[in-house]
Design a binder for this molecule. Structure first.
Ligand SMILES: Cc1cc2nc3c(=O)[nH]c(=O)nc-3n(C[C@H](O)[C@H](O)[C@H](O)COP(=O)(O)OP(=O)(O)OC[C@H]3O[C@@H](n4cnc5c(N)ncnc54)[C@H](O)[C@@H]3O)c2cc1C
Length: 394
């Protein structure tokens, strides 16, 4: 398509990557963000080989690697029976690339620095509520009632709670408390691994390296503890001492990490939702990332998916002859991968976070006995790497 004037809503990984790809291709891009100071929320995440491919296409992989920590392995033990309940090594992939554990703020900063360097316009305090569209243009409408210009296209990258997303957001029965701490000088957990301990599927404690801790500048780690949203007030009221002792009862070796959390205020509760909406909701309105599809972070794919969507949409805009062709190209390039991972997430999440007694038993039996068989191992490695069924854009 000829150069387009494009509004992008949201400065998360999806929106920022979209802005960079489209700007590089010569489109006139404006970013809109609800906060007065765009900022990331939360702690660490894994950038899978799939997401690294996109960051590399943007020329940003080196900058991320400098702030990240390689994660070679996902590992978990079921405390009730001592069996392996998670066992995956990136080295077993056909094209072995480890994941990168990174603080969300680092990913945000690298993308935002690139956006600012390119001089892409960012308008803040702009909370999208709706839009108006006519046959020749689309216009975002913001909560402050401010009038905006008209655009050829609008890209909704405003995340899981987008006001424009389609499909029902189903709240999942477990979320998690998250915190970032410094990597202790000495500890007895696996290095360069996302490591977890489970009590059936009711309790899950996890630790993963996140490269630089932006609060201290030291090497950091993310800590997470699964919890049902209904219990959150009770856990907060019980206080940090109780939280630490619950965590360390399940996983005594976690003590040097957990003792750094000084109060419940240092923990953020993330509530997860699952929804699969549509790639476009009108002729000129497209969705990327969580505003199209969101799920529990159990498979560690969400930010990676948002980056891949951004690359795929930019490529579709470039190659399309008209708006219907654009819709077809974008949908076709992403739909199989997205539906596959949405389905896998529905299957795998209750194995690790649910009140079931049978599912975690089956998980421990299968993983402990079969995860190293080549067929099973390949399936797990490619799934977690984010490349199962993926057509790479660019
Ligand atoms: C606890 C937790 C752990 C996770 N771990 C991983 C992991 O290991 N790996 C992984 O890949 N993913 C992980 N995810 C998922 C990942 O964070 C999301 O899938 C990803 O951030 C989605 O990116 P996005 O750009 O679509 O949306 P978001 O990151 O949600 O960004 C949306 C942006 O839009 C802005 N916005 C929102 N509403 C409006 C509005 N109305 N108007 C204007 N602006 C608005 C927001 O302020 C924000 O800047 C995790 C998620 C959680 C909660």
């Amino acid at each position: 398509m000829d150069p387009q004037k494009i509004a992008i809503i949201g400065c998360g990984p999806g929106g920022l990557a979209c802005a960079l790809f489209l700007h590089q291709k010569g489109h006139a891009v404006s970013l809109f963000e609800r906060f007065s100071q765009p900022k990331p929320l939360g702690s660490g995440l894994l950038i899978q080989p799939s997401g690294q491919h996109i960051l590399s296409a943007l020329g940003l992989l080196d900058a991320i690697e400098q702030r990240a920590s390689p994660v070679h392995q996902l590992h978990g033990i079921s405390v009730a029976n001592g069996r392996r309940a998670l066992d995956m090594h990136y080295q077993h992939a056909r094209n072995p690339i480890s994941a990168l554990g990174v603080h969300r703020a680092s990913l945000f900063q690298v993308l935002m620095d690139a956006v600012q360097k390119e001089g892409i316009a960012i308008k803040v305090d702009k909370k999208l509520v709706h839009y108006e569209e006519n046959p020749s243009a689309i216009q975002p409408i913001f909560a402050d009632g401010s009038a905006t210009e008209k655009f050829d296209l609008m890209i909704d990258a405003s995340g899981a709670r987008s006001p424009l997303a389609t499909g029902n957001l189903r709240k999942l029965s477990y979320g998690a408390f998250w915190a970032t701490v410094d990597m202790p000088h000495s500890h007895a957990i696996l290095s360069h691994a996302l490591d977890q301990r489970y009590w059936h599927a009711e309790k899950m404690a996890g630790i993963m390296p996140v490269g630089i801790n932006p609060e201290t500048g030291n090497q950091g780690a993310a800590i997470f503890w699964s919890e049902q949203p209904d219990n959150v007030d009770q856990v907060i009221a019980a206080g940090i001492g109780r939280f630490r002792s619950e965590f360390c009862n399940l996983w005594p070796e976690a003590e040097p990490f957990v003792q750094q959390i000084q109060s419940m205020d240092a923990l953020t509760m993330a509530i997860y939702g699952h929804r699969t909406g549509s790639a476009r909701t009108s002729k000129r309105l497209y969705h990327v990332g969580d505003s199209w599809h969101c799920t529990s972070p159990q498979l560690g794919q969400g930010a990676n998916m948002a980056l891949i969507d951004a690359g795929a949409l930019a490529q579709a805009i470039q190659g399309a002859n008209n708006l219907d062709d654009l819709s077809k190209k974008y949908h076709q390039s992403r739909v199989f991968h997205i539906q596959l991972y949405q389905a896998l997430s529905i299957i795998f999440t209750p194995l690790y976070q649910s009140n079931s007694k049978t599912l975690p038993w089956a998980r421990d039996f299968v993983i402990d006995n079969f995860a190293r068989w080549p067929g099973v191992r390949n399936f797990i490695t490619h799934t977690v790497s984010g490349v199962l069924g993926l057509k790479f854009p660019m």
